[in-house]
Write a protein that binds this ligand. Structure first.
Ligand SMILES: [Zn+2]
Length: 200
């Protein structure tokens, strides 16, 4: 196991307010050798199925296969994920706040008690997944799909969503309060059990 949950270090650069990454003293922006760090972290992901208590701050990851990985108690703060394959993953208490996801695939995954607050999600899919008690508040999403998923008790408060689909989802106690929804489909979903108050 690397690091300990809830003992998150700050970046060693005195002018920086980001977290330090696991296996480093600084955030990704302040690393002298980002390529070497990426190699290290990719090796770590490749050789571990269960990944717990790691912190990535500002890390830029693309074209990696994270299928069937299980993430527990991780902080992936303000990271960028491009073409990352998250199919069949498990997330429990994973905080991805302020991260960006482009062309990522979370199909048939199991996301619980995790936070995607203030993320940007584009051309990505969360199809056929269990997404329970997750926080997507403040998310901006474009051309993304949550179809055939169970979104029980998840919140999409004050999100800004364009061309996104929530077709045939369980929306029991799912909140879209104050969401700005442009061309968003809820066909075949139980919208009467969701909260939409204050929708703009
Ligand atoms: Zn820093």
């Amino acid at each position: 196991m690397i690091g300990n949950m809830f003992s998150i270090k700050s970046c060693a650069n005195p002018d920086c307010r980001n977290y330090a990454c696991t296996m480093a003293d600084v955030c990704f922006d302040h690393m002298e050798n980002q390529d070497e760090y990426l190699r290290k972290i990719k090796d770590f992901f490749a050789s571990n199925k269960k990944i717990s208590n790691i912190v990535l701050s500002g890390v830029v990851l693309s074209d990696i296969d994270l299928r069937s990985r299980e993430f527990y108690g991780c902080q992936f703060y303000s990271c960028q994920f491009t073409k990352v394959d998250f199919r069949n993953t498990v997330f429990k208490l994973v905080f991805l706040d302020f991260s960006r996801f482009l062309e990522c695939d979370f199909s048939t995954s199991n996301l619980n008690d995790s936070s995607f607050a203030c993320t940007h999600i584009e051309s990505s899919t969360f199809k056929d997944s269990e997404i329970k008690r997750c926080n997507f508040n403040g998310m901006t999403s474009v051309d993304s799909v949550f179809n055939d998923s169970d979104l029980y008790l998840s919140t999409f408060i004050a999100t800004n969503q364009t061309r996104c689909d929530f077709v045939d989802c369980n929306l029991k106690r799912t909140s879209f309060a104050r969401a700005k929804l442009d061309t968003v489909s809820f066909q075949y979903s139980n919208i009467e059990e969701a909260y939409f108050e204050g929708e703009q």
